[in-house]
Design a protein around this ligand. Sequence first.
Ligand code: TXA
Ligand code: MG
Length: 346
Amino acid sequence: MIETELYDLENDDFETSIAAAGKVIARGGTVVFPTETVYGLGADATNADAVAKIFKAKGRPGDNPLIVHVSDVAQVGALVKTVPEKAKKLAEAFWPGPLTLIMARSERVPDRVTAGLLTVAVRFPSHPAAKALIDAAGTPIAAPSANISGRPSPTKSNHVLEDMIGKVDAILIDADTEVGLESTVMDMTSEPPTMLRPGGVTVRQIEEIIGKIELSPNITENIIPEKAKSPGMKYKHYAPKGIMVIARGSDDEKVAKIISAIKGLGPDDMPAILATDETMRHYQRGLIVSLGSRDDPESMSHNLFARLRDFDAMGVTHIFAEEITMSDETMALNNRMYKAAGYTFI
Ligand code: TXA
Ligand code: MG
């Protein structure tokens, strides 16, 4: 167990907290910090020993590379060999923001960060505390999501406290994260560039800037890929403790399937239904929870991981989620829901 320093960014003095946390990073420690997507678990990206502590705290497999966070576009040059023209355009359009760009890496990035890959993932987050922390640390910060490996990513400070107290040197407590799903990951080393993970920036938004892109098969197919290009894709992700399935079909079919599945459960089972504002009223039995309104994909995305963690906390044994209609705006949400359900559909 490590003694974890806690700083409350909303109630303690912001500058003092950031300065203290920046020192923790600079001396090779680990700090959990808020970003606009999810909370991150950071360490000095140029210090291999510091980065090793991230893998240990999360229980993350060493072959799953990390994203390097910068607070200024000028820091990118030292991390990569070259910045491809299309990467420049995307950075101009969406940074700071929820977009990660994979480029050929420079010698300066330790193998520990990239899991030995010749590429590095770089992101410039828009959250003011993330930017201030990177500035205070005086170094780019390598950071995965601040959850224990396999659990839903943390979008609220209590998620972080649950997973990371005693495992990291400091935690910056802040408000709920805005986007609620992780950044979009784009491999800029292929032509056309390939989306490896959908996220806060959508396919349509990206194609408006650089034209046609490829989608990793993992996004388009409902199967767990045997050979994932993004090493993180092959692990079970976002898994709630209960068994989660996704109901497909028309609204009537979804409701009928879920009601019938719940009828088949035993007296000790505790089912939950993840519905929407529009469909909640169709159910009577089980814990009935709305993901949000179908008219508001951003708020459904914002809510997903918190709902899954709430189910865990309540001891839910079976989660029946209604499938959300696929669109440009719901692609990231569906991707995380499919993964949380281990691609199991009824
Ligand atoms: O929004 C986010 O991206 C958050 C916040 C904290 O910035 N971070 C995050 O990191 O979600 P993580 O480690 O949970 O997810 C990073 C994903 C993983 O799927 C990883 O395999 C992939 O990016 N990745 C990282 N470097 C890569 C590389 N060089 N090539 C291919 N995939 C890479
Ligand atoms: Mg993660």
